[in-house]
Ligand binder design. Sequence first.
Ligand code: FAD
Length: 376
Amino acid sequence: MTEERILIVGAGLSGAVIGRELALQGHKVEIVDSREHIGGNCHTERDASTGVMVHVYGPHIFHTDDAEVWDYVNGFTTFLPYKNRVKTTSGGKVYSLPVNLHTINQFFGKTFRPDEARAFIEEQADKTIADPQTFEEQALRFVGRDLYEAFFKGYTQKQWGCSPTELPASILKRLPVRFNYDDNYFFHKYQGMPENGYTEMIGRILDHPNITVKLATDFRREEADGFDHVFYSGPLDGYFDYELGRLGYRTLDFERFTYDGDYQGCAVMNYGDVAVPYTRITEHKHFSPWEEHKDSVCYREFSRACEPGDIPYYPIRLVEEKAQLADYVALAEREAGVTFVGRLGTYRYLDMDVTIREALDTARLYLARKAENAAM
Ligand code: FAD
């Protein structure tokens, strides 16, 4: 296979994994990122005043059922056991999440066994809603008004900036309640946290003689000249200079504060009440329970509509955005020599394991097509 010059936009997980796969096959890979660090939104760094490893763009917990992806990440760093156990403050009390038997018993002041709790929640459910259309109707039909208002309504409203009556029922696909005491947020077989943070791991993925990384460098389309192919993990609408308008995102603001000692006793505390303006507080030292830190650094997290210049976090993907997305995808399909990848390039929320899976598959498909063409 002839050696190619590949340009990758974005040094997050998508760019790093694709870059490495191509570099391993002898291609010369140049990666540009507008930020001053690698790692994209998974970036972690030590807080200067406390020494705590901070998840700079929000809490990131690795969880997957994909054994190949798990082996892949473990090839670059040591993952230590970590289970995400989230708490929530609602109506002046603290409860366990996801809503489980402990939450139900505590909230209703009961000592239900699983089957009793299930029957009780079925009684609470609003059976007059035959065909739920909105998030609110779906939640009321699943869990009834009391649990909905305490644990779903306010958080959802703050997270998405609109009433749950304006969100589709499809967001809440299954009964969001467990009838046991399992408070592990994720069901996946493999779960953990990289011992020295994600940025170190991504740095090792990028560490190959065929890869060069240029930070603080914005991609412009004319720069693609001279490269055989571009993998673009920046925002899809940004690539086309927003010519069809801006795809809607939610952005996050983080308000950092330090605390002498232990602030909340857990990594993530949600706030279900609308009167509290933030959605959650993250106390970062609990993501590294194997490290000892006396003092804490915490982030209050606020969600709001993404404006030009803000960091796009969560794609909104409602009816209007999906129509606009289809028009951008049509433009992207006409763009020769460019593959749009990752969470921003495809305008989807992607967990890290899915991001890595898709990046491996994209690189392999590209290499297989090149090999086929060379053989013809
Ligand atoms: P990104 O990480 O966004 O990387 C894209 C890179 O491209 C960025 O570094 C950006 O600076 C660069 N870029 C963009 N435009 C340009 C340009 N024009 N020129 C140059 N560079 C450019 N996943 C989990 O599995 N577990 C979690 O707990 C979890 N928590 C999350 C919490 C939050 C708040 C969010 C938003 C996501 C979370 N994720 C989680 C998902 C995870 O962040 C993504 O899977 C991952 O970041 C996707 O990597 P990426 O490379 O596709 O995108």
